[in-house]
Ligand binder design. Structure first.
Ligand code: LMR
Length: 316
């Protein structure tokens, strides 16, 4: 049977994710939902009208959902559901300032996903990311491997871009990695970062790497400050769409994602940014990589910071 993916939320993040997913042409159907009357249907119509130009057969369906789950029957049979619902932060806010507002929204969405798409893999992108991923697992009661969050791919992409710009080299020659949280305890991993296969640490001085690490950690806030309303969506949607594609194709690709960690790195029982093999069942396996002592210590600190917040969310 053909593959079906749902994107919940038709803001810029949701609509660009739906566009990328449709243009991959690997799904039969992309469903986009929103609570705003007409908006998802309008976007779907517009995307379908681009099919003849972009050359994809995927059909996009737009559905407005109601406060009591009306409309959610459209997501039935989805292999993947990407949850983008929730508010973006405003300039000056931290992602954590969205916790209570977005918890209500994500819980309600996740409960409907569990009801109407009980076999789906859920990819959460709403902020604060690590906490909303944990909440979606609690609200769906899905196995933990079937609920994951998008952040590591985005933060890694930002880090790679900044390194490529700083060295004036093609971005394709740069490999970087970020682990930890999608927040203040993000852990860029210079020891696993390379330029043309050579260690990043040989390509630039430690102070410059640190500057780019800080820029990566502030990558989302910098976009928010410039946009003034809303937050980033081109790079975030690229990351989320790639994850959904890896699930649909059961590709087994290793990606940095927010996944349930149970024993790896000596860390247990928390959603955290790590590398994982992604396939039809969501996370096939968390991949533990060698870290140097500082990076390992930062990852442990990130795990404890996220754990402290995640323990609050079951009551939200
Ligand atoms: C991002 O990193 O772009 C997103 O998490 C949105 C934000 O508020 O920064």
């Amino acid at each position: 049977m053909g593959k079906k993916v749902t994107v919940v939320g038709a803001g810029f993040y949701g609509s660009t994710t739906a566009q990328r997913l449709a243009e991959y042409d690997v799904f039969d159907t992309v469903v986009i939902t929103d609570i705003v009357e007409g908006k998802p249907a309008g976007l779907a119509l517009d995307l379908n009208q681009s099919r003849a130009i972009e050359g994809f057969e995927t059909k996009v369906v737009g559905v407005t959902t109601g406060p009591n789950g009306e409309g959610y029957e459209a997501i039935e049979g989805s292999d993947v559901v990407v949850i983008t619902a929730g508010l973006p932060r405003k300039p000056g806010m931290s992602r954590m300032d969205l916790l209570e507002t977005n918890a209500k929204i994500v819980r309600q969405v996740a409960e409907n996903v569990a009801k109407y798409a009980p076999s789906a893999v859920v990819i959460v992108v709403s902020n604060p990311l690590d906490e909303m991923t944990a909440l979606a697992q609690i609200a769906t009661q899905f196995p933990k491997n079937r609920v994951l969050g998008q952040a590591g791919m985005l933060d890694t992409a930002r880090f790679s871009n900044f390194v490529a710009e700083a060295l004036n080299v093609p971005v394709a020659s740069v490999r970087t990695l970020t682990l930890g949280s999608h927040g203040d305890t993000m852990v860029p991993v210079p020891s696993k970062s390379t330029v043309n296969g050579k260690p990043l640490r040989d390509a630039m001085p430690a102070e410059q790497i640190e500057e780019l690490v800080v820029k990566t950690r502030n990558g989302g806030a910098e976009v928010v400050a410039l946009l003034k309303t809303g937050s980033a969506y081109y790079a975030p949607s690229a990351a989320a769409a790639r994850m959904a594609k890896a699930v649909a194709e059961d590709s087994g690709e290793v990606m940095p994602v927010c996944a349930w960690v149970d024993g790896e790195y000596g860390i247990s029982g928390v959603y955290l940014g790590v590398e994982a093999e992604i396939g039809a069942e969501g996370v096939k396996r968390v991949v533990e990589t060698d870290l140097d002592a500082d990076e390992r210590a930062s990852l442990l600190a990130a795990a404890e910071a996220v754990r402290a917040k995640q323990s609050d969310i079951s009551s939200m």
